[in-house]
Design a protein around this ligand. Structure first.
Ligand code: UD1
Length: 418
């Protein structure tokens, strides 16, 4: 297993090109299964989660033509096969093939994902949305078995909370339903709006994505389509923290301010300057870092996917910060690892009290998920001496060439191959 070796203390300076959003790419690759015509996706991030998702649609008979940052998926001869536990366990987002397969073929059998490192993550809202559209759902030997031999019928779906995945499942299924579907309390994440834009390019008729209420006029006819993925706001936020934590200045090429309002607001409270540049966002810090409290929330609130990175930042700030996690019940696996570097953090339930001003010292660390791992890399950038981050495959799932991008901006970081 590859590891990263980081020697802390370098101030980052330079430009980073932000890749396409992983969490926009994954549902769009699944959505390609809806249509018999090819979907060309541009600005595709070169990360392993995307490779895995392309592999999943290939398993269902889609043909994939790949270039470094694009793919054309032709699902003309796709079939609805069982999606195994092994596939879904490796990447929970595989669940996103359930709705397209059911909607197009009238039946689908996808393994239940089970627990994962960041909590129980149930699938009840996905299942309820499909049932509301008229699917029969059964759980058989750990699989969700969905069928709708007569097709799906448009309806009103009220989500009990604005789940990103359940909104995407409902939206994809509704594109093939007879009549109109209304999704209320929908997730408003930019990735949901980007999926709607992709589906509309493919021939769907969706309005309101990005708001609480989405309307889908089902049963339109599909066509060949091209879609360009939005930039990754979580990758951009991660590099913003890298600039802030090292007291440096980075240009985040392609980053969009309108997707990052809550993040930028918090950075400013922490004493970090952020301003729009010609090519994206500029982030810089030359004064002291100040403590700033945060609560993770569905979009447009502060993203749970940046909580770990901000915790690393707060370890270095003046004063104490309260970080509350409200989206996932178990998303603090980075806490004991940050403490190995010398951080002063008290955890109580879903709240972490970070007492800043710690002088971090390099150590061996490892984490069990993508964002937790990157928070350790960020902490390593300011830790005295050498930090070794184990299990780099977590980082490769969602960050394209993280070590190279950081090195280009002056970080002392290298990948040690197993
Ligand atoms: C997506 C993102 C993930 C991000 C998360 C929240 C992708 C591929 N992943 O995950 O990076 O952290 O949004 O922004 O886009 N829930 C239920 N029942 C359900 C579905 C969800 O109770 O049927 C709960 C989850 O356990 C969690 C909350 O709802 O507590 C939010 O989850 P959700 O928005 O669905 O996250 P994902 O789509 O899985």
């Amino acid at each position: 297993m590859d590891r990263l070796r980081i020697v802390g203390g370098q101030r980052l300076q330079g430009a980073v090109t932000i890749a396409g959003a992983k969490n926009a790419a994954l549902p769009q690759i699944a959505a390609a299964l809806l249509s018999p015509y090819p979907l060309a996706i541009a600005n595709l991030p070169a990360v392993t989660d995307v490779e895995n998702m392309l592999g999943v649609v290939e398993l269902h008979g889609a043909k994939v033509e790949r270039s470094p940052h694009a793919a054309t998926i032709d699902a003309g001869e796709a079939v609805s096969k069982e999606t195994s536990y092994d596939t879904v366990r490796r990447m929970r987002a595989t669940l996103l093939v359930l709705a397209p397969l059911l909607a197009r073929f009238g039946h689908a059998r996808v393994s239940m994902p089970g627990g994962c490192a960041i909590g129980a993550r149930p699938v009840d809202m996905h299942v309820k949305a499909l049932a509301a559209l008229g699917a029969d759902i059964a759980i058989e030997s750990g699989h969700i078995v969905a069928s709708a031999p007569q097709g799906l019928t448009g309806t009103r779906i009220v989500l009990s909370s604005p789940s990103v995945g359940a909104t995407e499942t409902a939206m994809m299924a509704a594109t093939c339903a007879k009549g109109e579907t209304e999704i209320l309390n929908a997730a408003r994440e930019p990735e949901v709006a980007d999926l709607a834009a992709c589906l509309n390019a493919m021939g769907a008729e969706i309005e309101g994505a990005g708001t609480h209420r989405i309307l889908i006029n089902g049963g339109r006819s599909w066509r060949a389509a091209t879609h360009t993925i939005i930039p990754d706001r979580i990758e951009a936020g991660t590099y913003a923290v890298a600039a802030a934590i090292t007291g440096g200045q980075l240009e985040l090429i392609g980053a969009r301010l309108e997707h990052m309002a809550s993040v930028v607001q918090l950075l400013e409270v922490a004493g970090v300057s952020v301003w729009p540049g010609d090519r994206g966002l500029m982030v810089s810090r030359d004064g002291p870092l100040r403590a700033a409290d945060l609560t993770t929330e569905p979009y447009p609130g502060f993203p749970t996917d940046l909580q770990a990175q901000f915790m690393a930042l707060m370890c270095c700030a003046e004063g104490a910060a309260l970080l509350r996690e409200t989206v996932f019940e178990n998303r603090f696996m980075h806490v004991p690892e940050l403490m190995r570097l010398g951080a002063n953090i008290t955890l109580q339930g879903t709240t972490a009290l970070v007492r800043g001003g710690a002088s971090l010292k390099g150590a061996q660390v490892m984490a069990t998920d993508l964002r937790a791992s990157v928070s350790l890399v960020l902490a390593g950038l300011v830790s005295e001496g050498e930090t070794i981050v184990n299990r780099v495959y977590h980082l490769d799932r969602g960050y394209e060439q993280l070590d190279r991008k950081l090195r280009m901006c002056g970080a002392e970081i290298e990948r040690i191959s197993a």
